[in-house]
Design a protein around this ligand. Structure first.
Ligand code: AMP
Length: 574
């Protein structure tokens, strides 16, 4: 199924944004005004002004009882005029807890529409994009059911399994049957094999989020010999037991290919470093498609290392509850990426966020946001969410035609605090970006990161947990993990200097906040962290390394693998 999008559609949408948003709200209210939920406030009216006046702004927790009732078998019309056909399970790794969002086909149509528009934009900016293939790693995840038998799965799993995905599958190096393989290890191996065999056609490499892409590179480090041997012999390893995978590979793999096998071996073993491995193995790669905005910005240096700095493209801003916007300028640097909201997707309002991160109460429509201001989006969608807080903070950076564009700033609630300082996700990422320079000058690159506030001892202090610097290890050719105490202590100090003035005030000698600590864990520990979250029900495809860890169990996965600890040795200047 394809919706046949082209650039004129985008021009039309972004020019008539006010009218389109009005129509979307009218359509939603026509369908949903009589639901039990809206009837409480509107008494059956579908008047738009009344909707904005009477229907309260809510959080997920406020509507959860209604959602749970539908999940437990009561009729959909408690919240939605159209039947709810599925529930999207959010990854729960950025917000802390998993949620289920009601959805129906409109959600999937929107997703397809958004992705198709992105392809149009990508083709405009990258020559040959349309003619080539994308090696985008996608995985499906466990689907459970609600007590009344409706499916619950991560949104991208349901989308990938749906009829809406078929048109996207065509441009991918991975045959559909392989993407559908329920075993992630077999799926990953087969997707890599397909990508290697079709290396000359690959114009773009990616995964929804970078943590998955890095896991794939680690996987390649372990499996390149076997992959090249399969290519040399024309036979797939016996441990690939999924019959659909074997079937589709037999066509793709074709005859034994010694030349390609030699080339893979040479690239993977011949050099002392894996720098640029992506572009060496897939030489026509024009870009890496993966979201590096928000918390994922921490992966920029390591992705640049592996890809020889081809553009990193954050294509979309979307979530389990709705598709929000697309990046109209895929060549922009990660720190300048903005997402243009698509006004036909849902009805969007915005609540202004003040400097302290609180919301001011003033609510504006999509067309009335002010350039430079910070907002949390409120979502009204076709499947039962009404003026529901999304929990993200965005900043208006400009307009495309009449449609506002937003920079993703941070998740609203994820803050680090050991005393009374609210350190936001953005503060943490800024500090990290400054301190990374210290590592780079010593040939070290961080490959995974998270943090927490340790208040088990007094004074409490910030702990940053970081993955062993693997690429750097290979980079200096020694194959021995060398951690220079002086460099890492300096790294801690620069991080502290870059944190907020309130943090620095609390860090004065004998103050209530102790020296910032960096713990280096064994390489691969962050893959184990991802496996831990996946075992708890998170989806691989939607997995984002949590910037702050709140779960004791998750922390234990990291704590068991600590190789070394470093502390800042001076109070930061005020
Ligand atoms: P999920 O519902 O599990 O897919 O998570 C959705 C959340 O992921 C959003 O609310 C954002 O916090 C985050 N997210 C999605 N797209 C982006 C993006 N382009 N940049 C930064 N964060 C994003």
């Amino acid at each position: 199924m394809s919706l046949g999008c082209d650039l004129s559609v985008l021009e039309e949408l972004t020019s008539n944004v006010k009218q389109i948003q009005d129509d979307v709200l009218a359509k939603i209210l026509k369908a949903n005004a009589s639901t039990e939920y809206l009837h409480r406030f509107l008494e059956g009216s579908s008047d738009k002004e009344l909707y904005k006046k009477k229907v309260p702004v809510v959080s997920y927790e406020d509507v959860k009882p209604y959602i749970d009732r539908v999940a437990n078998g009561e009729p959909s019309d408690i919240i939605s005029g159209e039947p709810i056909t599925t529930f999207n399970r959010s990854s729960g790794t950025s917000s802390g807890n998993q949620k289920i969002y009601p959805a129906n086909n409109i959600y999937f149509e929107n997703l397809l529409f958004g992705y198709e528009l992105c392809s149009v934009v990508m083709s405009k900016h990258f020559d040959g994009y349309k003619q080539g293939k994308v090696m985008i790693f996608r995985f499906i995840h466990r689907t459970t059911t609600t007590p009344c038998g409706l499916p619950i799965a991560p949104a991208l799993t349901s989308f990938t399994k749906s009829k809406y995905y078929s048109s996207m599958a065509k441009s991918s190096t991975s045959p559909y049957e392989i993407t559908l393989c329920p075993d992630p290890k077999q799926s990953m191996y087969c997707q890599l094999l397909c990508g290697l065999v079709q290396r000359d056609e690959v114009v773009s490499v990616g995964a929804t989020f970078p943590s998955v892409l890095l896991q794939i590179i680690h996987f390649l480090e372990n499996y390149w010999k076997e992959l090249s041997s399969n290519i040399r012999s024309g036979h797939v390893s016996d441990w690939i037991t999924d019959l659909s995978c074997r079937d589709s590979l037999s066509t793709i793999l074709g005859e034994p290919n010694e030349e390609l096998a030699d080339l893979i071996e040479q690239e993977c073993s011949g050099q002392k470093s894996w720098q640029g491995i992506i572009t060496r193995l897939w030489p026509k790669t024009k870009c890496i498609e993966t979201i590096v905005t928000g918390t994922m910005a921490q992966y920029i240096p390591v992705l640049e290392f592996y890809s020889n700095k081809v553009p990193l493209v954050s294509k979309v801003y979307a979530s389990s509850e709705a598709f929000f916007g697309i990046n109209m300028n895929p060549l922009s640097k990660p720190q300048h990426v903005s997402f243009t909201f698509l006004p036909n997707m849902s009805y969007f309002e915005f609540i202004e966020v003040d400097d302290d991160g609180g919301t001011t109460g003033e609510i504006v429509d999509l067309v009335n946001v002010k350039l430079g201001s910070y907002y949390e989006p409120l979502l009204t969608n076709f499947s039962g969410l009404n003026r529901c807080r999304v929990g993200d903070v965005l900043q208006v950076t400009g307009f495309y035609n009449n449609t506002p564009q937003f920079r993703f700033v941070r998740r609203k609630n994820t803050v680090l605090c050991v005393y009374e300082e609210p350190t936001t996700e953005e503060d943490i990422l800024k500090a990290l970006a400054h301190a990374t320079v210290v590592l780079e000058s010593s040939d070290l690159i961080m490959t995974g990161f998270t943090c927490y506030g340790d208040i088990s001892i007094v004074p409490g202090h910030y702990v940053f947990i970081e993955d062993g610097p693997n690429p750097a290890k290979v980079n200096n050719g020694t194959n021995v993990l060398q951690l220079d105490n002086k460099v890492l202590v300096e790294y801690c100090c620069v991080m502290e200097e870059s944190l907020s003035s309130l943090y620095r005030k609390l860090r004065v000698k004998d103050g209530p906040s102790g020296p910032l600590e960096v713990r280096i864990v064994q390489q691969g520990t962050f893959d184990s962290l991802m496996e831990f979250f996946v075992s708890q029900g998170a989806s691989i495809t939607q997995y984002k390394t949590p910037i702050c860890i709140n779960s004791g169990e998750a922390l234990k996965v990291l704590e068991d693998k600590v190789l070394a600890r470093f502390f800042s040795d001076r109070s930061p200047p005020l």
